[in-house]
Design a protein around this ligand. Structure first.
Ligand code: ADQ
Length: 688
């Protein structure tokens, strides 16, 4: 407490003070009665309470507010753990120019567990305010990505999530310990000296008198740590191995934790009972099989226990990482000692040379005690040499610098990226150029650029506000507005034919001037549809949630609504099949959750050039979000303003975060007084 106060005075910490009610609802309540059990697969214990959820949101806001008071553009923020899952988004929303990192210290559960959480979308989007999200293991990473794909239906490329025009990197950073601190402490602890602790003397006496071995168990008293199963395994071991009576001892340190939560009170009672039963059943005058401490211990005593124990039994039912396992190994300076480790602790991924056990199999646990006690010294050393090397190399410094360096790289990549975010000054520049020019062309993609996505494309119809916006734009003297869409012409005809717009449908196959009839690009055969439609039908039948959009001279296979992983897998298969069948005059386009087959001489680039060549435009702006818009960007000269919606790989020079930011920008164009420059000064679209 004194150290904290000193740091507060030195302004190295800023405290977020919580009152009693917040502590009850946010910490003991929501964090530890809902999130903690759920994320550790204890679904029957987890309780969702709407008031506690409100408190969780409000306390996350409190932490974020404190951060926002001090951060400046270009700063990096690192947020830790399950109590603050919503903080990243709150910070990002207010200050998009800080780079946010988040690290989760506990497991991220599989999608089938996470999906039952009542506010799953909000929790995930809260985390997605980050630029980098770290987990202890690859399993947690893939569980998280699976939830992001299935619940939010976001595009994920390997470990990168595309969200609101940002790229979020997800990676594995297995947390290390301060290896040197533990190793040094162990070196100075080996001999009994006048300064040695009472605990050490006691342990030493046991070892000398009984020639006995010590088995160590250390954890916070938490139902995830598998304390009861461990005790049952020890009891079974004593039952089946009487020759070890009087010779071995289980030293069990249970550190009090969250004792206000009822589940922890129950566990305390159960642990007391089982320890009492085992000691009652086996104890002799000189021997108590379980030494049970329910308290916290100073560092020196912890070291006493680590260095004196022949075996460490770390068998949680679930554990994000488990640092105790690593600490035990770091104190084994002679490379002796045996670690029995649960395969359900994150640490097991890094420490495969330990004896790995399933903590639910009491029989196996009990046998592992025998294996550990009887393991030849040579084997112990062989195993520990590899284990200690790993934790020595990847220590806490390496872990933190690895995370921070990755965050730095992301931040630098953002600022050096060739594709620039349309900031206030860039948008002012575009608006100014618009205002000064006489003949202007706006080439606008529809889906993802003027409207958002929906599982069913038929549901994505233009709102009244959008129609009004387009109408206002097209009423500007000298401005031609073109809708450049992959949609069938019947769709564009239905919704846009009343406005003064030029319409391009099916990527350019159909074209309509203002107040004229639709024209079709000449000389195209439709025979290919007959040949390829059956292939698409087979894939649709075999992949639930997919469907075919049949246009006049093109076919689209949509997989947005399919299981995301199956959808991608089938799209790869379909691409392979189609490529082997594709005639020369047909192109296969890989769009946003859609594969499209279109005649090769048809694309938005060709259409854009046709349009540009018709009149002498002195201003051209093209906007689109999809791969099919890239041909348009590539065909236009460098004087054109090319804007990608969403931050993706592109030939465009600029990007906007999402379509709403783009609509705000279009709105600001409509507000331009063509004769005056005044009106554009205060328009800021980059932060919306
Ligand atoms: P915890 O669940 O607390 O941490 P753990 O990783 O084992 O679990 O860390 C416990 C820490 O407490 C160790 O550093 C240990 O030395 C210390 N400790 C244990 N007994 C003590 C005692 N009696 N007195 C003082 N200190 C004691 C959460 C996750 C884990 C994850 C860590 C780090 O639940 O899965 O490994 O965060 O990310």
């Amino acid at each position: 407490k004194n150290q904290i106060n000193k740091n507060l005075e030195k302004n190295q910490f800023r405290a977020v003070f919580l009152n009693e009610v917040e502590l009850d609802n946010f910490y003991f309540g929501f964090s530890n009665k809902c999130l903690w059990p759920l994320f550790h697969y204890f679904i029957e214990i987890h309780k969702f309470d709407i008031n506690q959820w409100e408190s969780y949101k409000q306390v996350n806001q409190k932490f974020a507010d404190e951060v926002l008071k001090v951060v400046e553009e270009g700063d990096k923020v690192w947020i830790h753990d399950y109590q603050l899952l919503l903080c990243p988004q709150i910070i990002k929303d207010i200050n998009p120019d800080v780079t946010v990192g988040f690290f989760l210290h506990i497991p991220f559960p599989s999608f089938e567990i996470f999906r039952i959480f009542a506010k799953r979308e909000e929790l995930l989007t809260g985390m997605l305010g980050s630029d980098l999200i770290g987990f202890h293991t690859y399993d947690y990473e893939r569980h998280f990505l699976s939830s992001v794909k299935r619940i939010l239906n976001l595009e994920v490329n390997f470990n990168i999530i595309l969200y609101q025009g940002r790229e979020i990197v997800v990676n594995t950073f297995p947390m290390g310990i301060d290896f040197k601190k533990f190793e040094d402490a162990a070196k100075s602890n080996l001999r009994i000296s006048p300064g040695s602790s009472d605990l050490k003397r006691q342990i030493n006496t046991h070892k000398l008198t009984n020639e006995g071995k010590l088995i160590l168990s250390i954890d916070r008293l938490d139902y995830t740590k598998g304390v009861l199963n461990r005790l049952l395994a020890f009891e079974r071991f004593l039952d089946t191995n009487p020759e070890y009576h009087d010779k071995i001892r289980l030293v069990m340190l249970a550190v009090p934790s969250r004792s206000k939560v009822s589940q922890y009170k129950i566990l305390k009672r159960q642990t007391d009972e089982v320890v009492g039963r085992i000691n009652g059943k086996f104890a002799s005058v000189n021997w108590t099989p379980v030494w049970y401490y329910y308290r916290s211990m100073p560092f020196e005593n912890l070291i006493d226990l680590y260095v004196s124990s022949d075996v460490a039994m770390i068998t949680p039912l679930r554990d994000g990482m488990n640092l105790v396992a690593k600490e035990y190994l770091s104190t084994r300076i002679n490379n002796d000692g045996v670690l029995i480790l649960s395969e359900l602790a994150g640490a097991s991924k890094e420490l495969p040379q330990a004896i790995l056990v399933n903590p639910f199999d009491i029989e196996q646990l009990s046998k592992s005690i025998k294996t550990a006690l009887e393991m030849p010294l040579k084997e112990q050393k062989q195993r520990n040499l590899i284990l200690r090397n790993r934790i020595k190399r990847y220590d806490i410094k390496k872990w933190s610098s690895n995370f921070v360096n990755t965050l730095d790289e992301i931040s630098n990549k953002e600022s050096s990226s060739k594709v620039k975010l349309v900031t206030t000054s860039i948008s002012s520049r575009i608006l100014e150029s618009y205002q000064k020019s006489k003949k202007r062309l706006l080439l606008l993609d529809y889906d993802g650029t003027l409207v958002g996505f929906n599982d069913n494309p038929d549901n994505v119809i233009p709102s009244k506000a959008l129609l009004k916006l387009l109408n206002n734009l097209s009423n500007h003297d000298g401005t031609d507005v073109v809708i450049m869409s992959g949609r069938p012409y019947s769709f564009l005809e239905k919704y846009f034919s009343n406005l003064n717009l030029i319409l391009v449908a099916e990527h350019g196959l159909y074209f309509k001037e203002i107040a004229s009839e639709w024209q079709e690009k000449k000389g195209l055969s439709r025979e290919w549809i007959e040949h390829l439609l059956p292939v698409l039908n087979t894939f649709t039948d075999n992949t639930p949630g997919t469907f075919i959009e049949h246009k006049t001279n093109s076919l689209s296979w949509h997989y947005r609504k399919a299981d995301p992983e199956l959808g991608i897998k089938r799209s790869v298969e379909l691409k392979t099949v189609l490529k082997s069948l594709l005639p020369n005059n047909l192109t296969l386009m890989d769009g946003n959750k859609v594969l499209e087959l279109i005649p090769s001489n048809i694309n938005k680039g060709v259409s854009a050039l046709d349009l540009i060549n018709q009149k002498k435009y002195d201003f051209c702006l093209a906007a689109g979000d999809d791969i099919t818009d890239e041909s348009m960007f590539m065909s236009l000269n460098s004087k054109s303003f090319k804007i990608k919606i969403g931050k993706k790989k592109t030939a465009a020079k600029f990007y906007m975060r999402n379509f709403t930011q783009f609509l705000d920008f279009l709105e600001s164009i409509t507000q331009i007084d063509i004769k005056s420059l005044e009106s554009i000064k205060d328009l800021d679209v980059s932060k919306k």
